[in-house]
Write a protein that binds this ligand. Structure first.
Ligand code: IMO
Ligand code: MG
Length: 442
């Protein structure tokens, strides 16, 4: 089976957890967008792994791929590969020669651009994502393959510096010797990463032709998509399912099953419109219950109630076949739960998602109240049986299915892999795990 896991909200939906959970059913995991801005947390046997660049399937898949659509900080990647190897991960790692390289200069540019935006600042993760994609589209970007030549690196760094001199003039990179140190440093990291570099679109296609099952792991979420999100408060790449065609070089027509990951409530880091955002005690309680602090930046996340109109849009844009709902354990503990079921203007329901603050001004949100289901016991979770779950939780899931007309195939009731339930009737049930329990050291 060829599948894709995508975020349906503002990122941090639990894509990493889901990808890891599914990784014993897929032989290959592929990342196709974003870079170190992604923060994917995986908990196995009480041990926490945080992935930013390598796919969250790395602990169990045979092969993992970092596609051409990604932007990669080579140092951070070497560190992540070292950590994986120290955890006895045996996955074969393939890095696209055409993925773009994030340098320390790009991280400085990210901060400088945010300063200049001032009131309009996005609240980026400061990982150099925007400036690296800018260079890619300006056709001055550094690709992974360029790390293998100090001469090419020197020329490209020099070109980028000259193009962005007004931003870099008062920084450490204004000194030619600092730039030369960076060139040599990048060249050294290229030597370390060379054994992993390939034209990964060829690799992925070969694996497909061999009949391997492949899971594409999206980073960020629909509302952070550069085209279809809340521009300009978005990331610098596409985050929708279709982005895998270009970000991994694999035809979307061949994807059998798209899973949209939905957190049971909303969260967002960074600035920008957030229709169902809540403030005050409810927000504080939800943030603390859900430990809603950024994996990449540690920033407190903004939180809000589930937003059905926004999810309806995300499901359409990604053509999601099914949903995985995460954090139901967290939400149930709130003493009050609300769900936004429609957006209205002048009393009339609207069928689009307003994308600007101005359009949001006269937006009316219609909410319904839902009964909380309290704390769920470990023993109940371990039963892996939908029937025994608390009735109000089942009603919440039915409400989501009724409004969105898409089945909820996976339910996540805690961070650990074992706290996950696949519903009867889900197409995932046709895809038996490859790994036996005895193989599952990681
Ligand atoms: P995962 O994969 C949540 C947000 C940033 C900021 C905006 C632009 O963990 O879901 P950028 O650094 O990309 O230029 O920042 O996008 N953002 C994320 N928010 N989860 C993410 O990734 C994010 N990646 C970027 O907070 O608002
Ligand atoms: Mg995250």
């Amino acid at each position: 089976m060829i599948s894709a896991v995508l975020g349906m909200q503002f990122g941090d939906e639990g894509k990493g957890k889901l990808t890891d959970f599914l990784s014993d059913r897929f032989q290959v995991a592929v990342r196709f967008n974003g870079g170190g801005n992604a923060g994917h947390t995986v908990v196995v046997n009480g041990k926490t792994f945080k992935f930013h660049l390598v796919p969250s399937g790395s602990l169990r898949c045979e092969t993992v791929v970092l596609g051409n659509g990604m932007v990669i900080d080579p140092h951070a990647l070497i560190q992540e590969i070292d950590n994986l190897r120290a955890s006895k991960c045996k996955a074969s790692i393939k890095i696209s020669k055409m993925a773009h390289v994030v340098t320390p200069m790009h991280k400085v540019l990210d901060r400088k651009e945010e300063e200049i935006r001032s009131k309009l600042s996005i609240g980026t993760t400061a990982q150099g994502i925007g400036p690296t994609y800018e260079d890619k589209y300006a056709r001055t970007g550094i690709r992974m393959i360029d790390l293998l030549s100090a001469e090419i690196l020197r020329e490209k760094i020099d070109t980028i510096f000259r193009m962005k001199e007004s931003l870099l003039k008062d920084t450490e990179f204004s000194s030619p010797s600092a730039r030369e140190t960076m060139v040599l440093d990048l060249f050294r990291s290229g030597k370390l990463l060379e054994p992993y570099m390939e034209y990964t679109e060829v690799t992925v296609r070969q694996l497909y032709d061999e009949g391997k099952s492949i899971l594409f792991e999206g980073a960020q979420g629909t509302m952070l998509d550069i085209d279809f999100g809340m521009y300009p408060f978005v990331t610098s790449s596409n985050a929708l399912a279709g982005a895998l065609s270009l970000g991994a070089g694999f035809p979307f027509r061949k994807v059998d099953y798209v899973i949209g990951v939905v957190k049971a409530y909303m969260s967002k880091v960074g600035a920008g419109p957030f229709p169902t955002e809540i403030q005050g005690d409810d927000a504080h309680n939800l943030r603390e219950l859900g430990r809603e602090y950024g994996t990449t930046t540690g920033r407190p996340r903004r939180v809000g109630w589930l937003d059905i109109p926004l999810l309806r849009y995300a499901i359409k844009m990604n053509d999601a076949d099914a949903l995985a709902i995460t954090r139901l354990d967290t939400l149930g503990e709130m003493d009050k739960i609300r769900v936004c079921v429609s957006y209205k203007k002048d009393g009339q329901e609207i069928d689009y998602i307003p994308r600007t603050f101005r359009e949001m001004d006269d937006l009316e949100l219609e909410y319904i109240d839902v009964k909380p289901w309290g704390k769920i016991s470990e023993s109940l979770i371990k039963e892996h049986n939908f029937a025994v779950l608390p009735e109000p939780m089942k009603d919440y899931i039915k409400l989501i299915e009724n409004h969105l007309k898409v089945p909820v195939d996976v339910i996540s009731l805690g961070q650990g892999r074992e706290n996950t339930l696949v519903r009867d009737g889900s197409r995932l049930r046709d895809q038996e795990p490859f790994l036996q329990d005895s193989d599952q050291s990681l």
